[in-house]
Write a new protein. Structure first.
Length: 96
């Protein structure tokens, strides 16, 4: 589920860092990375975090550590969807 208000709020608080990250990553990897690619890679990073949380939840289900992990998992799903939206709608993101 996309949370455009959250995207806009985070952009106003943190600024638009995708181009800065793209420039830094381009230097690291030796080829051009753009802001939309950064957002797509961040979305995939969130999927890796979700997978890691799912593994931990299989070991420590609620109410143990699981309650904190479940909340982090839900936040990661929101972040993943928002990053994916930014990647696929980068011009719209820039206009927010």
């Amino acid at each position: 589920m996309i949370d455009e208000k959250l995207i806009k709020d985070r952009k106003s608080v943190y600024g638009d860092n995708f181009e800065c990250i793209a420039e830094a990553w381009s230097k690291l990897v030796g080829y051009k990375v753009d802001g939309a690619m950064v957002a797509l890679m961040m979305s995939e990073m969130k999927q890796c975090r979700i997978d890691a949380i799912d593994l931990q939840l299989s070991k420590f289900p609620p109410p143990d550590v699981g309650l904190k992990l479940y909340s982090a998992r839900e936040d990661s799903f929101t972040d993943k969807a928002n990053y994916k939206w930014i990647a696929n709608n980068y011009a719209d993101y820039k206009a927010l």
